[in-house]
Structure formats: structure tokens, C-alpha cells
Design a binder for this molecule. Structure first.
Ligand code: TXA
Ligand code: MG
Length: 341
């Protein structure tokens, strides 16, 4: 199968959405941009298409999908709304927030792995919204990367992972956010963040002060209910190289990596630090700026493979506010190899 890359502009957005909707409604998969990362979308009501997502990504069978909607009628069809959900939707939607809610019967177990809940999101990207509205069905869409690999933030990343295996990728340019949506469970007593994103715990607490992180955000192994946040138990976001996250000052980092220099050893640092670092290095954003780090993170992790790196030392970002999303991805990419100096 030839994979078509279709560049989407203001002028052809309607035609592009029609083309994508045609493929989706006949059971095919489409790579499409959202404001967070590129997704690999299927008609959430077509069980065969949903199963195809798992096959094409090589995704573990027990990791449920997010269902994307373009309006509240669609949302009501698939999930049970509660007061907290209505309030968070009012504040943060359309946008990079996914809510875990009690599912409605129309959600097949193939979508949510048979859980009592479904994860739902209304993205803000005009191309994603146009495709959902045109198809007029909710779209199940994980990040488009092959399972375990760094996520996809450009159409080229999607092509790199799936060329010849899906019919169409809509190219909407680089994703503005760069890391996946914040996932928050609203089915318990307190709102619980299962996956940090650019909408931070601090942002959520402005609305609901009792919100908290799930232990799964910090721990390597699933620590609460086995099914509460299934995606957290797999290695994620990883380039082929070994990744080590180093929490230290720039001076300490420089010394640490220079005694570990060697073939294929690289560093990921912040803007303006490259000249201090004795080994080949790439910046992944501005220091203390989670937004800029999030935007570049996956492109730089993928670049590490292109450079043939075998070992990558990464300057640790903060673990507060937006940076927590970046820290969380890096710590998983490193398989929890965190060095504190
Ligand atoms: O930004 C995003 O969320 C992107 C774009 C395409 O929207 N999608 C994305 O999907 O990141 P994915 O499949 O890569 O990550 C979905 C996460 C996984 O960690 C999964 O375990 C969790 O959401 N999830 C899905 N349904 C769930 C549920 N019912 N309960 C708990 N966690 C759930
Ligand atoms: Mg993913």
C-alpha cells in the first residue's frame, strides 16, 4: 500500500477532511495531527478498524485507546458526564486534556480493553476537529508511533514508522504542544492525574484543589489498581539508545559526561549549553521552560536514533508545572535510570 501524505492548508481542509473521513468510514486508518502529537485514527464504532490500530502499532492488547470527539452530542453518546467533567471541559476543551469517565454501552471492549471507563478528549487542532466532524463518528486514536517508540510530532515521524502500512497521513505541520494530553480520571472521589501533560496538576488544582497525581505517574511498576492506568506499565517513548537522565547543575553534568565520553555517546541539554559540553550534544529546549522542551522532546529523541547514538545522557528538566510532562516522558524513555548528583 502506498502511503499518501496530504499537506493540509486553510484552502483544502474541507477536501482533506472528506478524504480522511471516507477512509475512516470504510474501516481504514489515518494519521492525523492534533495539537499534542499525531494520532493514528480509526472509527471508534468499527471494531475491526480499532483492532487494526493495535496490529499496526504493535500495541499491547491491554492498553486502552482515547476516543476523540468534536462536539458534546458525540461525547454524550459514549461517556457518562458528571459535574467535574462538565467543568473541566468548560475550562480546558477543546484542548490537551483527556478525561476518564464511565463508559456508555456503545463503547466496544476492543476500544477500552473491557474497562468500565472510557478516555475521551476533544482536541483543539482544526484538522483533527474537521475530520471528526466530517466522519461524524468518534475516533479512537493513540499516538501514531510504533509502540514503545518516541511519539510522533510531525507527519514525517508518522511516515518513518508506518510508510506503506496506512493509506493516508494528513500533514498539519509540527504539533504545537509536542507531548500527549494530560489524562485525568474523574470516576473516583478525587480527580487523579494518570499521565501528566501540558495542562499541569497546578492548572487542574486552580479548578479542583483536591486533584492529585496517581502513584503510577512516579512509579515504574503499576502500583494501584492493575487497570487504573494501564499504559504506565510499559516502556515508552524510547529511542534505540540507552537513555540516562541526570539531575544536576550544568557544571556537574559537563564533568559527568566528559568522563563517560565514547563512540555513540551523546547528550541532550538546554539552549546555549552545547559549547560547555565536551561530547556531541543536542538542545531540546530552553532551561526552565517546559513548553519549549515539550515541543522539541520527541523530535530530539528520534534524532538520537538517526545519529546512531548508543547512550544518551539527558539534562533533567524540573518536575513541576509543565515540565513534569517532559520529566515523566524522559524518565520512561530511560527505563527509570535517573542519576542525581
Ligand atoms: O494527546 C494524546 O492524548 C494523543 C492524541 C493522539 O490525542 N493520544 C495518545 O494516546 O497519547 P495513547 O494511546 O498514546 O495514550 C493513551 C493513554 C494511555 O496511557 C492509556 O493507558 C490511557 O490513555 N487510557 C486510555 N483509556 C483509559 C482508561 N479507560 N482508563 C485509564 N487510562 C486510560
Ligand atoms: Mg502513546
Amino acid at each position: 500500500m502506498e502511503t499518501e501524505i496530504l499537506k493540509v492548508t486553510d484552502k483544502n481542509i474541507g477536501a482533506a477532511a472528506k478524504k480522511a473521513a471516507g477512509i475512516l468510514l470504510s474501516g481504514g486508518l489515518v494519521g492525523l495531527p492534533t495539537e499534542t502529537v499525531y494520532g493514528l485514527a480509526a472509527n471508534a464504532y468499527n471494531v475491526e478498524a480499532v483492532r487494526r490500530i493495535y496490529r499496526v502499532k504493535g500495541r499491547p492488547q491491554d492498553n486502552p485507546l482515547i476516543v476523540h470527539v468534536s462536539d458534546f452530542v458525540m461525547l454524550n453518546d459514549i461517556a457518562q458526564l458528571n459535574a467535574r467533567a462538565v467543568e473541566l471541559a468548560r475550562v480546558f476543551w477543546p484542548g490537551p486534556l483527556t478525561m476518564v469517565l464511565t463508559k456508555k454501552p456503545v463503547i466496544d471492549p476492543a476500544v477500552n480493553c473491557g474497562l468500565p471507563t472510557v478516555a475521551v478528549r476533544m482536541p483543539s487542532h482544526p484538522v483533527a476537529l474537521a475530520v471528526i466532524a466530517e466522519a461524524d463518528v468518534p475516533l479512537a486514536a493513540p499516538s501514531a508511533n510504533l509502540s514503545g517508540r518516541p511519539s510522533t510530532t510531525t507527519a514525517q515521524h508518522v511516515l518513518d514508522d508506518h510508510n506503506g502500512r496506512i493509506p493516508l497521513v494528513l500533514d498539519g505541520g509540527s504539533c504545537e504542544v509536542g507531548v500527549e494530553s494530560t489524562v485525568i480520571s474523574l470516576v473516583g472521589r478525587h480527580p487523579v492525574i494518570l499521565r501528566p501533560g501540558i495542562i499541569s496538576l497546578e492548572n487542574i488544582r486552580d479548578v479542583f484543589p483536591d486533584a492529585e497525581y496517581s502513584d503510577a505517574v512516579f512509579s515504574e511498576v503499576q502500583s494501584i489498581l492493575p487497570a487504573e492506568s494501564p499504559g504506565t506499565k510499559y516502556k515508552h517513548y524510547a529511542p534505540r539508545a540507552e537513555v540516562v537522565v541526570v539531575k544536576s547543575t550544568l557544571e556537574q553534568f559537563t564533568e559527568y559526561v566528559s568522563v563517560r565520553a565514547g563512540d555513540g555517546v551523546c547528550a541532550m541539554c538546554f539552549d546555549g549549553e552545547q559549547e560547555d559540553i565536551q561530547i556531541p550534544s543536542v538542545s531540546y529546549g530552553r532551561i526552565n521552560d517546559g513548553f519549549s522542551q515539550a515541543r522539541r522532546l520527541f523530535t530530539v529523541l528520534r534524532m538520537m536514533d538517526k545519529l546512531g547514538s548508543v547512550r544518551v545522557f539527558v539534562r533533567a528538566p524540573d518536575d513541576t508545572n509543565e515540565s513534569m510532562a517532559v520529566f515523566n516522558r524522559l524518565i520512561r524513555a530511560s527505563d527509570f535510570q535517573l542519576v542525581e548528583l
